[in-house]
Structure formats: C-alpha cells, structure tokens
Design a protein around this ligand. Structure first.
Ligand code: AMP
Ligand code: GLY
Length: 428
C-alpha cells in the first residue's frame, strides 16, 4: 500500500485527492496545507504550499511513497527539485521546466524558436518603448502580459490606447506584480473558442487528457472581472477529433521535444491553454500544473488508477499505460464568496453538506473552506467550493451540478447560472 503527500490546498488538490482515494493501492493521503473539505479525505498539516524547507521536512517525517506538488508557485520555486534531491518520488516538473509557466517571455521565445503556433509578440522592459510600439501598431484590443506569475491576473486585454498605456505603466513603472511585471509581453489579440487541454507527460510520451472549457469571467454572459475560473465543463465540444490531431502534431509533441532540446525535460502535468483561431489552434498559455477548475471536471472522467498514472510519469513508463476516459460529460459550478474577485468576507457558516462536506449526487471540491472548532464548515476564500457532477450528456451533468448548488447555502454566495451554455450552443 502506498502513502501520498499532496502539496496545495484548493479545489484542484481536493479533486486529485478524491481520485487518488479511489485507488486500491493508496492507503494514507496527506495534504499540506489542505482545507476544511480536504481534511475529511486527507490528513492535513500546517506547512504552506510555497515553504520548500517546510515541505521537505514534512516529507522526511511522513516518508510518503510519492509527493504531488500541485500549484505553480512552489514548482517554479524548485520544490520538485528539493524533494527529489532528498530521494522522494515527485509528481511535478523541476524548476527548469516549470519556467514554461513561470516566464511568458521564455514560453513565447520557445514557441518562436520551435515554430509552435502562437500569437505574434514583442518583449519590453521599458515603458516608453512599449508605448511607442502600441502607438505604432495602433491595433486594439491589445494583449499585455506580465512576464512572471501574477496569481492569474497578469493579462490585460486593453480595448484602447488609454487602457493599454495605463497597463504598461502599472506593470513596468509601478511594478504592480512586483518583479513579475518588470518585463512584459505585448501580443496580437486572437479570436476563437478557448480550449484547455491538460496532459500527462514523462518527457518521452505525451498523453492529452479529456478536453475542458473554463469560464473565467465573474458574471453571466462572460461579463464582469476575470477570475481564477467560475466553472468548467468537459469535454469541450469545440475540440473536435481533427483539431486534437492537429494539436498533437503541431503543438503537443513539438512542445515536449522543444523542452527536451533545451535540456528542460518536462515531467508532470503540462497544461495547454489553446485558442481555436480561424487559422488553426494556437497556444495562449502553458501552465506547468493541473488547471483549476479544469481538474475538477477532468479527473472524474479518468477511467484509470491515478496513482498508476502518476507513477508512470515519475518512472518514465507512460508509453506502457493505456489511459481511458469515461463517456458522457462532467460539469463544475464554482460557488464564490460575496464580492469575489474583489474583497470578500471569510468565516461565514455554510449549510447543506453532509458530514464529509458533500451533497448527494455530486462531488463537492472544497477550494476555500475551513472547519470551525465545533466541526462546522466555514468559508475561507474567494472561490469556496466547486460543485461537480457527471452525466450521460452535458445537460444532464449541468442539471445535477446545479441541483447540488441549490442544496448549499451561505450568506453572499454567488455563482454563474450559465456554466456550459456556450458548450451546449456549440453542440446544437
Ligand atoms: P491567461 O492568464 O494567460 O490564462 O490569460 C487570461 C485570458 O486572457 C485567456 O484565457 C484569454 O481569454 C485571454 N487572452 C490571453 N492571451 C490572448 C490573446 N493573445 N488573444 C486573445 N485573448 C487572450
Ligand atoms: N483555470 C485556469 C488555470 O488553471 O490557469
């Protein structure tokens, strides 16, 4: 029997843990820092997800058979390297490969060098040069991206020169995202449906997971501010078999090969954020980790033992695995705190759960909850839970997920009522 330590504490980690718990091989699951809902499925610890020394010390104490590092920041900081140095089997890329998410300039240069389709771009470190370029291009919307990690907020789609100039000043001159925005990328605005494709890769073989669709805006009709994601559906109907083939040939394999050629072999979950443009699929972004909330709809569809898949990645034997997916669809609706993605209260009591923090017919993945001393679930973050359900059709999955949402109540809760509508339209 195997013991696993999962680093992280959001809905994505809860989904990974609930899938690992299905494996007959997995005995104990530990998680740090975890959250209220996760603590029902894994023993949680108080070490923060970016505390490399702390996590290494915890791993030495627990001696797990595998450590899964789920969030981007510890991976970019080298947590996988530090754990591997101590002899642990780690699912998650080393820092020299995690840079594919950690630096947009790195990823754009990689794509340019290896002919991987993406938006045209220029890199700037001086605001006057960036502004002169914007004026010369005079093409809006313009896309302005901070080079480094910025909690998912480092991309500005400027609708006009005024917004673009303001974004450049905020990033380069005012260092809105610290060092992360000292360098920026200005790129061409692309159009078309977006598709998220997560993949397992051991550096030799790449196995795309079932596709998904995120809903990034806070409000119905894709209005309001950008968020970490307000809901997801899988599969994504815009991702046809022909497009999948084209992506494998032009994007997935070339990316894996490019990283090898650079001496930066990527082992773990590589996330391809794609846009299906009129000129074919292009890469919008890479992430060096599972997406959140994509994982919440992708892993329930996995018809394989997740521990075996992780182990195959770690031992470079992914080519020997036959990874299957369930038929039907999966949908996840995020319930967020009142005010999110701006400021919001914490510590609000939640009602409607069973003892495990679940509701019948759904998987409730906790993203920002904690347990009170007397065992009640309280809100503890912006995105609070992801109510997820599978169904034979997308409509059936959505109906079940929204039935779950209706059972859960906390003051100020808000969620989008139109998750999956775009996908349903694409299907009709
Ligand atoms: P990211 O934080 O990199 O996921 O980007 C946030 C969102 O900005 C993406 O999901 C896209 O909707 C949008 N975006 C990023 N780059 C472009 C682009 N070149 N053209 C159009 N939209 C983009
Ligand atoms: N849902 C988008 C991300 O995980 O980056």
């Amino acid at each position: 029997m195997k013991n696993v330590l999962v680093v992280g504490g959001g809905g994505r980690e809860h989904a990974i843990i609930m899938k690992l718990a299905e494996s007959p091989k997995v005995d104990k699951i530990y998680c740090t820092p975890g959250n209220g809902g996760i603590s029902k499925y894994a023993q949680c610890f108080n070490v923060g997800a970016t505390d490399i020394d702390g996590v290494v010390a915890l791993a030495k104490e627990l001696r797990p058979d595998m450590v899964v590092v789920a969030p981007d920041d510890p991976l970019v900081l080298g947590m996988a390297d530090a754990l591997e140095k101590e002899g642990f089997m780690v699912f998650g890329p080393k820092a020299n490969a995690a840079i594919i998410e950690g630096s947009k300039v790195f990823s754009k240069e990689l794509m340019k060098k290896y002919n991987i389709p993406t938006a045209f771009y220029e890199v700037f470190t001086e605001s006057d040069k960036a502004i002169a370029y914007l004026k010369e291009q005079n093409s809006y919307p313009a896309v302005i991206k901070a080079d480094g990690l910025a909690l998912g907020k480092g991309v500005i789609i400027a609708q006009n020169e005024e917004e673009a100039v303001a974004a450049v000043h905020e990033m380069i001159d005012e260092l809105k995202f610290g060092k992360s925005s000292a360098r920026i990328v200005i790129e061409e605005f692309l159009t078309g449906p977006e598709v998220s494709v997560l993949s397992f890769t051991d550096g030799k073989t790449v196995v795309p997971m079932i596709s998904s669709m995120d809903h990034k805006r806070a409000l119905d009709g894709d209005k309001g501010l950008n968020t970490g994601g307000m809901g997801t559906v899988s599969p994504n109907p815009c991702y046809t078999e022909d497009i999948a083939k084209e992506c494998m040939e032009k994007i997935f394999l070339p990316t894996i090969n490019a990283m090898n050629a650079e001496g930066r072999t990527f082992e773990g979950c590589l996330y391809f954020g794609l846009m299906i443009t009129p000129k074919g699929p292009k890469v919008i972004e890479y992430n060096c980790r599972f997406g959140d909330p994509e994982t919440q709809v992708v892993l329930p569809m996995l018809d394989a033992d997740l521990y075996d898949v992780f182990e195959a990645v770690c031992t470079h034997t992914l080519d020997k695995m036959d990874i299957k997916w369930h038929s039907g669809s999966c949908a996840c609706v995020i319930m967020a705190s009142g005010g999110y993605p701006e400021s919001y209260p914490k510590g609000i009591e939640m009602k409607g759960f069973d003892d495990m923090g679940q509701v019948e017919g759904c998987f409730v993945y906790h993203a920002g909850t904690k347990l009170s001393e007397d065992g009640k679930f309280l809100t503890n973050g912006g995105r609070v839970i992801g109510v997820t359900a599978k169904g034979e059709s997308l409509q059936a999955a959505l109906d079940k997920a929204y039935e779950g949402v209706a059972k859960i109540d906390f003051e100020g809760a808000h969620y989008r009522k139109d998750i999956g509508q775009r996908a349903l339209k694409a299907l009709s």
